[in-house]
Ligand binder design. Sequence first.
Ligand SMILES: C[S@@+](CC[C@H](N)C(=O)[O-])C[C@H]1O[C@@H](n2cnc3c(N)ncnc32)[C@H](O)[C@@H]1O
Length: 244
Amino acid sequence: MRTDLPTETEPVRVIEGESLGALLELPDGVFDLILNDPPYSSGGFTRADRQGDVSAKYQQGGTKRKYPTFKGDSRDQRAYRYWSALWLIQCLRVSKPGAICGVFTDWRQLPVTVDALQAGGWVYRGIVVWHKPGARPAQGRFANACEFLVWGTNGGRALAGSPFPGHFSHAVKQPDKHHLTGKPTALMQDLVRVVPPGGLVLDCFAGSGTTGVAAALEGRRAVLIEESAEYAAIARQRVAGVLV
Ligand SMILES: C[S@@+](CC[C@H](N)C(=O)[O-])C[C@H]1O[C@@H](n2cnc3c(N)ncnc32)[C@H](O)[C@@H]1O
């Protein structure tokens, strides 16, 4: 059974489920933009760190707020690249010719994410930098103050429309953080604007639904897939809060 796509009256749909399975229910060639923020399977410095609970990995220091945990964050690099290629192949199928796909990653997983994008059949176009002001400095090393959006296109792409910047600077602010690894809404608003109003966006790892909130705020439509029931509920609630 095919999933119904968003409409003007219901511009954001949240699907609770595992992304590979949910992708199979989506029709060919319909998405203008795919923005995926998968669990990076990163964090920490050792294998044991990486396989630890995500709250311990991504929430250090004196943070008081508690966020629901999530799964899928403990693959080793080979498995991560292989798994990513699987969903990127499906993302290519559901995207329009010329569509853009961006995948978030950090410095550790950047090389394998570039490999996976190309293994998925996308034309690799480059890396957009997300600078996070306020990243914790550390003695004797460069601060890891940036994450990256590896991006590509479904085949060739006509060079129409505005030029878009190659980097964005947005701090993670507590009132805007609804997930252990949530992205700033302003960052996602900047990114969804690469497609025209009404354009259809897909996020296969929606978490707290920031992509959907950004799409709704910017007059774009979106399909969000999230396997955690708790986060899918948060995503629905946040999107509904914007669409009232
Ligand atoms: C990095 S977080 C996304 C955070 C999101 N960008 C936000 O701002 O809230 C990744 C999410 O992917 C979900 N996830 C992990 N594996 C999944 C899978 N196979 N299918 C669907 N969702 C998955 C996790 O539950 C987690 O919420």
